[in-house]
Write a protein that binds this ligand. Sequence first.
Ligand SMILES: O=C([O-])C(=O)C[C@H](O)[C@@H](O)C(=O)[O-]
Ligand SMILES: [Mg+2]
Length: 430
Amino acid sequence: MNLTIARVRLTPVLVADPPLLNTQGVHQPYTPRLIVEVVTADGITGVGETYGDTKYLELARPLAEKVTGRQVSDLNGLFLDADEVAVDASRVVGQADVGGLRGVQTADKLRLSVVSAFEVACLDALGKALGLPVHALLGGKVRDAVEYSAYLFYKWADHPAGVPSERDDWGAALDPAGVVAQARIFAERYGFTSFKLKGGVFPPEEEIAAVRALAGAFPGHPLRLDPNGAWSVETSLKVAEELGDVLEYLEDPVLGTPAMAETAARTGVPLATNMCVTTFAEIPEAFTRGAVQVVLSDHHYWGGLRNTQQLAAVCRAFGVGVSMHSNTHLGISLAAMTQVAATVPDLHHACDSHYPWQSEDVLTERLVFEGGRVAVSDAPGLGVELDRDRLAFLHRRWLDDDDGALRDRDDAAAMRAADPAWVTPSVPRW
Ligand SMILES: O=C([O-])C(=O)C[C@H](O)[C@@H](O)C(=O)[O-]
Ligand SMILES: [Mg+2]
């Protein structure tokens, strides 16, 4: 068996995204993703996926050259290669990813976000070569299905008039009744039993009312609210007091570890994060100060599936819970999330997934949620197959975006299509 990486194919794509609102603005009608394929000398292809914005592509290209010739089993070597890829300082100095929705931006985090897709692709290829599922390469599954939560968004019915986009059938959700209606669709279509509302869009009283309405419609179900750091400590404490009886956790109510620590010290409501702890370097301060009770891992920026396992082990040592963050990903990443989540013993919260919002995919068969869960595939590798026609179609859309307006996610720019005066709000917004 020859496991040498003979070539790497990088395919940036643009996939349809509905008009989902967050504190920065609104999702653009198409969002960039990067599909990574590693092909072994024996012709086995492994697939991975990550963020597709230009700064990720810029690193993926030299990394693809560097790893050619390595074994797909040489995952540690892959990370050494990634360490050597130069990052343009202007990409990270003073930058925060997607206007701050995913925490600090550092050169290492950028590298990890890219190499994670290569790691997943290598594991997929290795699993296919050995006839083993990825979870077996990670030590074996401890569960047969992984639970996900419904990811509710405030949402317009359509993208602004005149902006090319794909229609979706979700309708608008701009008030408590709309949020509950959206949650019912999630429950009916996918069987989700826990619900996360992306907040930071409307004044906190309106979002409190929406969560109350959800609690009334789904009594006893776990609920979460995530304003992406849009609130002050005092506002966060008020929300915690008003919703403490129905919240599983509050996610990133305030920005930064000091403010999270202050909030955590003054409420019994657990705090979760995918913003103040997004790298190993941020763990010591946050954990010793008790700033977070749940870390939402994201295998893309934490640097792959094995780093996700390591993060879970560190969290276990500190008595901090672990779950998963998600962002406009396709089926390859959902399969990867499911494979690694299946191996994490203490996974006590349903994972986030944007997948139901992504009507387009690059797979021959979409992954399925049943009873809010994705079954853990035991097929070799990730257990997914690329649909080359779909991949080519979505790549063609990326190529056709010749002014590059959609190649870098910009929620504030998308908002300006509806409201030309929109500027990214400074935080705390409330
Ligand atoms: O949990 C989160 O904070 C996210 O998923 C961040 C994302 O960027 C989300 O807010 C979005 O896509 O609008
Ligand atoms: Mg979040």
